[in-house]
Design a protein around this ligand. Structure first.
Ligand code: CA
Length: 696
């Protein structure tokens, strides 16, 4: 819980730099007024989506369509992580604030990459199993000299922007339940807004507002109703309870607000995107049906009280992990001759939505990806017409989009003069099947956050996903159609930045960072980052120079479905990269290398039955980090485990010998015989690898 001064000289520079401009600028001067006028503050990137409307459009045009070919690397900073990086860096007066894996916060000199301070909130590495989905973080908020960050284990931390010292910290969750925070906090009306995740593991979602100065809780608004016998927190919860059946609260219910939280200072409304149900399948969650409000919804809350004003549910009674937590964007659009304040979203379910953000009235929706779960949208109500074949039973059904969504958290960008929204699209499908009907989460050990018996059957429910296709689209929201699209050679690509230089920037999971012409999608420049990119770029000025910065290095659920077999996309090697015109720095890419060589030690003695048992256990307890069929993305590919790993296999898996490295103990869930079955399965997979090396 302490800040670590990585480089004394760098810190000295930081203090000088900040003291030098304290009177007029600097982080200490970022009050509410400055945030309200963030759009005119072209030199800086003060907030997650740059401005309150989260359009991620920079008016900077020093880098433009005619000179972007001269863009080059200025510096890179290795972060010593092999896990995914997803943060949007914030930049104010030449100082860059960002986050890495395990919720570690960094302040850097934006011109040089010199680390000014590092704040490690000391998230317990051995608890990784409790958190969905990998140990990622999407960034910080800045306000009045303070940096705010959520931590994976559910804390909200206020850090002195100058020194990196902690000012205050609050626990925002019940630590006995598997809540996590991966999203960026937002500042609204002197408060810090923070949500949480964990619907995959069985929790009830909510969003909290804390006083930015003191860290006191101002309000907390739940997204779904709890146990009715305890009373409802609000009228909205009472209304919602009529749309749930059975004893839904026992499985948590879900609806977590793990990413999109947007504030409209003019209407004084906070918009929150809510997540999927816990568990995924309504037949298990709410036997007897119902819409299960407010799962997979956009909800509007009064900023002063958190009281719900309106809601719009994108996927009623969600069965497919179709969250509506995806980025929310505010804009004013001319629709059928009328200027309207709208909110836009491209959620996982594959429809692009426009709503009136004053009233929540549905304006329009149209598919932006291949969809099989619904046949259309009711043009009046906005309610989807569900396909009866999309309901998974004990036998698998093939459904599009897959549970990673037609679009997930990867930020969208808007060019207001062209009227186009740019975002990554995934055309994926997966086989879904429901766990046993008699299975119930948390019925025996409800107070233990680590209960992987919930997680296991859920994850097993979506294997064997066929390969999909990915692209960047420029979406005309008024016409509800793509103006142009660029097809990618990979399924997954990252967040987007749009600039007044008629440019759109985006990275991809195969490691390319690309600039496109905003008007027609013509590729104008590219850079090989050598590792997968999911995070969005930002742009800003230091002096007269326009810089672009982004985090590179993938992991988590992207590593899961993207084994490192595609071109150049080495897992890990997380870095911050910064570019400017004429930049000449070189990126030295370490050669791709596994951590060991396949070892078939002892596999000869394993029976087919033991291997088969190990395969099922692996798919339940291991695949979410170590990859489908033991082919790993960012985390160790277990087929390459050394003889030493196999010798200590039981100590690692059951005894927690590698907990400090993020490998949790499964000693409370697996027997020695089960651990051995997983081991012989892995050895069998390694044997196949040795037999057919081209399989890697
Ligand atoms: Ca989910």
């Amino acid at each position: 819980m302490r800040s670590e001064r990585v480089h004394p000289l760098a810190l000295g520079y930081a203090v000088l730099a900040l003291v030098g401009c304290e009177t007029r600028t600097g982080t200490s001067a970022i009050g509410g007024e400055r945030l309200l006028h963030a759009n005119g503050d072209t030199a800086n990137w003060l907030m997650y989506g740059r401005t309150y409307d989260e359009q991620r459009f920079s008016p900077l045009r020093k880098v433009h369509e005619d000179n972007v070919g001269h863009l080059g690397l200025v510096w890179s900073r290795e972060l010593g992580t092999t896990r995914g990086l997803e943060a949007t860096p914030l930049v104010v007066d030449g100082v860059l604030y960002t986050t890495g894996s395990w919720s570690v916060v960094y302040a850097m000199d934006a011109r040089t990459g010199e680390v000014l301070w590092t704040y490690d909130p000391q998230v317990p590495r051995g608890r990784a199993r409790t958190y969905c989905c990998d140990v990622v973080n999407r960034g910080v908020a800045l306000y009045k000299g303070t940096v705010y960050a959520g931590t994976l284990d559910g804390r909200l931390v206020a850090i002195d922007a100058r020194s990196g010292d902690r000012i205050w910290e609050v626990l925002t969750v019940d630590p006995s339940k598997p809540y996590s925070i991966t999203g960026a906090p937002r500042i609204a009306d002197g408060m810090v807004l923070i949500g949480n995740g964990g619907a995959e593991m069985g929790v009830r979602g909510y969003v909290s507002a804390y006083d930015a100065t003191r860290g006191a809780l101002v309000w907390r608004t739940y997204t779904i109703p709890g146990d009715p016998s305890l009373g409802f927190e609000s009228e909205a919860m009472r209304i919602a309870s009529a749309t749930w059946k059975g004893r839904w609260w026992e499985g948590g219910g879900g609806g977590t607000a793990w990413d999109a939280i947007v504030y409209d200072p003019e209407l004084r409304l906070v918009y929150v995107g809510t997540g999927n149900g816990s568990p995924w399948f309504r037949a298990l969650r709410s036997p007897g049906g119902g819409d299960n409000l407010y799962l997979s919804s956009i909800i509007a809350l009064r900023v002063e009280s958190g009281e719900q004003v309106w809601h719009f549910q994108t996927t009623p009674g969600d069965n497919w992990d179709y969250t509506a937590t995806q980025p929310l964007m505010l804009a004013e659009l001319e629709i059928t001759g009328r200027r309207r304040k709208v909110i836009m979203q491209a959620p996982k379910n594959g429809f692009f939505y426009i709503l009136d953000r004053e009233t929540g009235e549905f304006i329009s929706a149209n598919p932006f990806a291949s969809i099989t779960w619904a046949t259309g949208i009711d043009s009046v109500t906005g309610r989807p017409v569900e396909s009866p074949t999309a309901y998974a039973g004990m036998n698998p059904v093939l459904v599009s989009p897959d549970p990673s969504g037609a679009h997930s958290w990867h930020p969208m960008a808007f060019n207001p003069s062209l009227g186009l929204v740019y975002f990554p699209v995934r055309d994926g499908a997966s086989f879904l099947y429901r766990p046993n009907a008699d299975w119930r989460p948390h019925t025996t050990r409800r107070n233990e956050g680590n209960d992987a018996r919930y997680n296991g059957p859920l994850l097993r429910a979506w294997q064997a996903a066929p390969t999909g296709t990915g692209r960047l689209v420029a979406w005309d929201p008024i016409r509800q159609e793509a103006r142009w699209r660029v097809d990618h050679p990979v399924l997954n690509s990252g967040g987007v930045l749009a600039t007044a230089g008629n440019l759109v920037f985006q990275g991809r999971s195969d490691g390319l960072f690309v600039a496109y012409r905003a008007t027609d999608g013509e590729k104008l420049w590219e850079f090989d980052a050598g590792t997968g990119i999911m995070a969005p770029p930002v742009t800003y000025l230091v002096g007269d120079v326009q810089y672009l910065t982004l985090m590179v290095g993938w992991g988590g659920d992207m590593g899961l479905v993207n084994p490192p077999t595609s071109r150049g996309a080495r897992p890990g090697f997380g870095r911050v990269l910064t570019f400017a015109l004429g930049g000449t720095a070189r990126l030295t890419l370490p050669p791709f290398r596994h951590h060991g060589s396949p070892d078939t030690l002892g596999s000869a003695s394993a029976s087919e039955a033991a291997i088969a048992e190990g395969r099922v256990l692996y798919a339940t307890f291991c695949f979410s980090c170590h990859g489908v069929d033991a082919v790993a993305g960012a985390l160790p590919d277990l087929r390459y485990s050394t003889a030493e790993v196999h010798r200590y296999f039981e100590a690692i898996v059951l005894g927690g010998a590698r907990a400090p490295l993020g490998m949790p103990s499964f000693g409370d869930l697996l027997s020695t015989a089960q651990a051995r079955a997983i081991q012989v399965y892995i050895l069998d997979r390694a044997r196949e690898l040795t037999a057919a090396p081209s399989n890697r």
